[in-house]
Design a protein around this ligand. Structure first.
Ligand code: BGC
Length: 403
């Protein structure tokens, strides 16, 4: 057994997002999407019960946030990532809700009282309904509207925020909302996708300057970066293209406006001449969602990011594993990868597991179980700490991993 030590002051924690845990986020376009007739009919056609695909009360973390942070503290975590909901803070265009700002102030005060450094995400897939009606990020005006929202949040919540994440996974949001017709507003249009991408870039760059200037706290996006490996001679060309569009297009246009890089890592792909070859090599272990598990990819990715000379934080990395049979090893193997990257000069300063608690998994509803903590949906959303969480807690306490 070797002890793999992590740098002093390393941040250990777990991530969540507003819509996925809070419950009753009724002013959001996601709420409307979940309740739309089209969505309900599609689910029924697939033999699924729409009841299982409404976020509803989610984990009731809108009310139970202190309990959640208290559990994080008991698991020796020293950091947390939360999302705040634009749809709550600005329920009508230009009208900011003091009540909801007070609420998030209490949430962040509670995180601080439990000894957690805070990463705060301003946009995690969902939009206020009024903004959705204007086309959300398809509309250039949204760049200024997002900056105004960020400015308001900076004034009110800046003192409790240690790290800002402007927008979660702009690549996933843009592609799923505008190209693959999966997320609201379910468009399928390449020209629109580029427009959305470019507005997301502009929105980040503008908001980041405001957040930094007003709060002096570091800012990034939470980028979903994918480990892409060329397969075969002809795969090299496709690989370059995929690398550009999946990983670098947005990053290279926003990284100058980042003080650190937030990395969400889930996927490794083999790229052949004909494009992506599913999620991974077939011999890899899979998560409950059928995603291949490929910890080595994280090391490769972190090393590629060295060239930007910015601190790196893993803002998401996690596994859907209802039986908790693979999570301990999953975390361990990914941490070995992080440690190797640090040994080769990558300036990684924190690891936030996705997710602290089981939550509403967007298109898949409550089925997938990503949590370190189980939410018992049959027993009043009771929180139950999983075994893997206690193993991760040892690493968080020791600041080293036994491997
Ligand atoms: C998203 C999360 C989501 C997780 C698992 C990430 O891409 O940011 O909201 O729950 O993946 O699918």
């Amino acid at each position: 057994m070797r002890r793999l030590h992590f740098p002093e002051g390393f941040l250990w924690g777990a991530s969540t997002s507003g819509h996925q845990i809070e419950g009753n986020n009724t002013n959001s376009d996601w709420w409307a999407f979940e309740h739309s007739t089209r969505r309900e009919e599609e689910l029924r056609d697939e033999g699924k019960d729409p009841q299982n695909y409404y976020s509803g009360i989610a984990c009731d973390s809108y009310n139970r946030f202190d309990e959640d942070f208290s559990l994080a503290e008991h698991l020796n975590q020293n950091a947390t990532r939360i999302g705040i909901e634009w749809a709550r803070i600005e329920p009508k265009e230009g009208e900011f809700s003091e009540k909801e700002l007070d609420h998030y102030e209490k949430v962040l005060q509670s995180a601080k009282a439990h000894g957690l450094q805070t990463f705060v995400t301003l946009h995690h897939y969902g939009n206020p309904m009024w903004l959705a009606k204007k086309g959300a990020f398809l509309n250039e005006e949204t760049v200024d509207l997002f900056a105004r929202y960020a400015s308001k949040v900076a004034d009110r919540l800046g003192q409790y925020t240690d790290f800002w994440l402007t927008i979660n996974e702009p690549e996933v949001y843009a592609s799923h909302a505008s190209l693959f017709a999966k997320f609201p507003p379910r468009a399928m249009n390449i020209r629109k996708t580029f427009k959305v991408v470019n507005n997301l870039i502009a929105a980040h760059n503008k908001a980041a300057a405001i957040l930094r200037q007003k709060t002096r706290k570091p800012v990034s996006m939470a980028y979903q970066l994918t480990d892409l490996e060329p397969a075969g001679f002809f795969g090299h060309f496709t690989h370059m293209l995929a690398e550009y569009f999946m990983n670098s297009y947005i990053l290279s246009r926003t990284v100058h406006a980042c003080d650190f890089i937030g990395v969400n890592y889930y996927f490794h792909h083999h790229i052949g001449f004909w494009g992506l070859r599913n999620h991974s090599h077939s011999q890899h272990e899979e998560t409950d969602l059928g995603w291949g598990i490929h910890p080595e990819g994280l090391e490769r990715l972190l090393l590629k990011l060295k060239k930007y000379n910015k601190p790196l934080y893993i803002t998401e990395n996690g596994i859907a594993d209802a039986r908790d049979a693979k999570r301990e090893k999953f975390i361990k193997d990914h941490l070995v990868s992080v440690h190797k990257a640090i040994g080769q000069g990558a300036d990684v300063r924190g690891y936030l597991y996705w997710s602290l608690i089981d939550n509403f998994e967007w298109l898949q509803g409550f089925g997938p179980r990503f949590g370190l903590i189980e939410i018992d949906r049959e027993d009043l959303l009771r929180r139950k700490v999983r075994y893997s969480a206690t193993k991760f807690a040892e690493v968080c306490r020791n600041n080293y991993l036994e491997a």
